[in-house]
Structures are given as structure tokens and as C-alpha cells.
Design a protein around this ligand. Structure first.
Ligand code: COA
Length: 144
């Protein structure tokens, strides 16, 4: 597993990283059910926390996680830079999100055809709850 630091988003450079990835279609890849405008609004919301994973040595940004804490259940969405996939980045982002979500139930919606995300949530012990929204599978993780 790659050595990473996962930290809350801080400052303009982090925000630019998020904005660029969104503009490049990070979420359009089928990563989340959020549209770009919702995500942009969340950059300013106190109820949404965002964190970035950085490689330990280079501090290069390799992924991000968004956690919506507005309700009793916390919704998670995440993205890992393609060259850095299958090295445990998502695993570490989700572990950060679990800690940050505290006792809330954590859930995510993955597009029906997103097999990578489905494999990820299965591997991390989330429960598949079927298609709750048209085209999206809901995954629920228990509190730590
Ligand atoms: C899904 C995604 C976040 C996975 O990130 P990642 O950093 O590659 O995942 P990890 O390396 O932490 O994988 C952990 C485990 O999940 C499973 N897994 C993850 N991606 C997988 C894939 N493409 N195929 C099969 N299993 C996969 C594996 O069991 C893996 O463990 P292993 O590599 O030891 O076998 C990444 O592919 C991505 O950003 N996709 C586009 C956005 C998206 O789909 N977001 C998630 C929906 S909210």
C-alpha cells in the first residue's frame, strides 16, 4: 500500500486541484451521483468535508474524498488519479472518512456500471443495498 497523508482541503491550491478534476470529468467518469454544480456548492458548505490524499514523499495530490455530514447518515464520494489506482489510495481515503464520520452510518451511491467502485466497496465490507435510485447502487458501511 502506498504511503500517504490524508488531510482536509486547505487553501486555494487544493481547491484548484478539485476544480480541475471536476472540470476534467472526474465525477462524470461514473464516480458519483453528484453533478458538478452540487459539488462546487459543497466547496463552500460547512456541512461537507473534503480531504485530499498526498503521496508521503512528493506531496503530490493523488485523490480526494467528499463527505456530506448534513444528515444523520454521511454520504461519501471519492476519486483517485488513474495512474495511482490499485495502490490502496481509496482504502486510505475511506478510512479517513470513517473516522471523520464518527458514529454516523456511511453510504455511497455507485453507478450500476461502475465495476471498480463496486469491487472497492465490496472489498471494504460495505453492504450492497441494491438500486435505491435509478441506475445507482447504494452501499452502506457500519460505523467503526
Ligand atoms: C473506485 C476507485 C475510487 C478505487 O480507487 P483505488 O485507489 O484504485 O482503490 P484501492 O487501491 O484502495 O482498492 C482497494 C480494493 O478495492 C478493490 N478494487 C478497487 N478497484 C478495483 C478494480 N478496478 N477492480 C477490481 N477490484 C478493485 C480491490 O479489492 C482493492 O484491493 P487490492 O488492490 O488489494 O485487490 C477509483 O477506481 C476511482 O477513482 N474511480 C473513478 C471514481 C469512482 O468510481 N469513485 C467511486 C464512487 S463514489
Amino acid at each position: 500500500m502506498v504511503k500517504l497523508a490524508v488531510d482536509a482541503v486547505e487553501g486555494e491550491k487544493d481547491l484548484n486541484f478539485l476544480r480541475q478534476r471536476l472540470a476534467q470529468g472526474a465525477l462524470g467518469e461514473g464516480g458519483a451521483r453528484l453533478d458538478r454544480n452540487t459539488f462546487h456548492r459543497s466547496l463552500e458548505s460547512a456541512k461537507v468535508v473534503l480531504a485530499i490524499a498526498r503521496e508521503a514523499g512528493s506531496r503530490r495530490r493523488v485523490g480526494f474524498v467528499r463527505l456530506d455530514l448534513a444528515r444523520v447518515e454521511a454520504e461519501l464520494s471519492l476519486f483517485v488519479e488513474p495512474p495511482h489506482r490499485r495502490r490502496g489510495v481509496a482504502r486510505q481515503l475511506i478510512s479517513w472518512a470513517r473516522r471523520r464520520a464518527g458514529r454516523r452510518i456511511l453510504f455511497a451511491h455507485t453507478p450500476r456500471n461502475n465495476t471498480s467502485a463496486q469491487a472497492l466497496f465490496t472489498a471494504l465490507g460495505f453492504h450492497c443495498q441494491g438500486e435505491r435510485l435509478p441506475g445507482f447502487i447504494r452501499w452502506e458501511g457500519s460505523p467503526p
